[in-house]
Design a protein around this ligand. Sequence first.
Ligand code: ADP
Length: 491
Amino acid sequence: MYIVQIASECAPVIKAGGLGDVIYGLSRELEIRGHCVEIIVPMYDCMRYDQIWGLHDAYRDLWVPWEGGAVHCSVFCGWVHGRLCFFIQPHSGQNYFNRGHYYGALDDHMRFAFFSKAAMEFLHRSNKRPDIIHCHDWQTGLVPVLLYEIYRHHGMGTQRVCYTIHNFKHQGIAGPNVLWATGLNNDAYYYHYDRLQDNFNPAAINFMKAGIVYSNYVNTVSPHHAWEARYSDISCGLGHTLEIHQGKFGGILNGIDYEVWNPEIDPLIAFHYGSETFSEKAKNKKALRERLPLREEDKPLVCFIGRLDDQKGVHLVHHSIYYALGRGAQFVLLGSATEPGINQWFWHEKQHLNSNPDVHFELGFNEELAHLIYAAADIIVVPSNYEPCGLTQMIGLRYGTVPVVRGVGGLVNTVFDWDYDTEHLPEERNGFVFYQPDQYALETALGRAITLYEKEPATFRELALQGMAYDYSWNHPGEKYVGIYEHIRHK
Ligand code: ADP
C-alpha cells in the first residue's frame, strides 16, 4: 500500500512528545512490512535540521488557496533517519511556522488549518494518490473534511483516511473564519451537530470532531483509553460523537521503536547491556551520577521523564520526589513545563533542592540525557492523571527500569502489578500500579518498589528482567494498523 502520514511532528526532527515518536516508529514499521510511506509535516524554523539528510526542494511553486487568495509555498523533501519527509514552507507574512516553537501560538487553529490545506493541495498538485492518508490529532482533523468535501471532486475519490487521536484534551476550537480560509465556506452546512459544530459551543467548530466524523476509521492509542473515551469524561465532550461513530472507533496500543530504544546498541548511553548482561546497567547509573552529579551510594535511583503538566499528574510527580528522598532513594527529574506557573514552581524546587546530593532537576527538553536516564535509573514513575498510551513506561521496561504507574489509559494495558495483578502470572508481571490520584496511593506503589529494591534485590532484578522480556515494539501495532488500512481501503 501507499500510505501518507500527515502530522505536526516526526521524531527526532520535530518532537514535542509521543506523537513525534509514533509518526517515525509507525512509518518505519510499515516500510519494514513492505509498504511505501511518505510523511508530510510543517517546516518549522525550530526543528532539528541536523537530523535531516539530503534536504532539497521537491515542489517549488505550490500555491495554496487560502483566505480567498493563495499563499505561495515551497515543499522541501529529505530523509529523517531513512523516512521520506516532505516539509511545507509557506511564504507569507503570517510566518505560520517561524515562531520559535511548535505549539502555543494564539493562531494555532489557523496555522494547522493552513497546514492541512497545504498538505492536501500538495498531494493534489503533485499527483500523489495514496491508498491511505493517516492523520493525527486535532492539527490535522480537517484533512478528511477537505478530502471529502473538496479534493474528492478533483481526482482524489479513492483515498481513505485513518485518523488517530493521541490526546483528547486539545481539540482545535475555532470560528467560521477557518471555513472561509480553507475554502469550505458554507457555514450553515458545517455548523451542524452531525458535522463540525462543537458539541458544547454552538458558535465554534471543532477540528477533532471533524476528524472523527469524516474519517473512515478513528482510533486512540490504547484499548483502555478507547474504553475511557467512550465511557468517562476523558474525551472532553466528544463522548456522544464517539458513540454515534462507534462502529469505526477502536484503540490500538502504540509501540516504541526498538532500534532507537535499545540498550544493547543505544549510542546515547554510557554502557550497553541486555537481559544477558544486565549487571552492566549499573555502570550507567554510575555514569549518570558522575555527569549530573549525584552522590555515589548504594541506593535506588528513581526518575521521571515527561512534560510537567496536569496530564502527567504534576502534583504526584512533585510528591514522589520528596517521598523517594524520605525513603533514602535518589531522584532525577527531566521535564519541561509549558505553563508558566508550573515552570516557576519547578525552578523554585530546583533551587530549593540545589545542595541536595541525592536529587537532580533537568528542566527542559533533552533527548540525549533522556536515554542515559532510562538506562541508569532503577525505577520510573508515571503518575498520570490520564494517559492515552504513554511511552515512558514502555521505554523504561525496555531498559530494565521498573515502572510505577497510575492505572489509567495505556498504562493499564502495559504495566501489571507485581503484588496484586490478577490477570497475569507472577512471571508476567512487570511493575507497580496504583489507582487513586492521591499521595497515599502513590506512596503505596512507590514504597513497594523501593522496599523490594532494598530488601530483595535479586527479586527486584528478576522483575526488571521480566519487564525487558515484553515486546512493546511496533511489530504488533504495525500489524493492526495494516489490518485497519486494508479494511477501509476495500470499503
Ligand atoms: P506525551 O503525552 O508527552 O506524548 P509520552 O509518554 O507518550 O508522553 O511520550 C513522551 C516522549 O517524549 C518519550 O519519548 C519521552 O522520552 C520524551 N520526553 C518527554 N519529555 C522529555 C524531555 N524533557 N526531554 C527529553 N525527552 C522527553
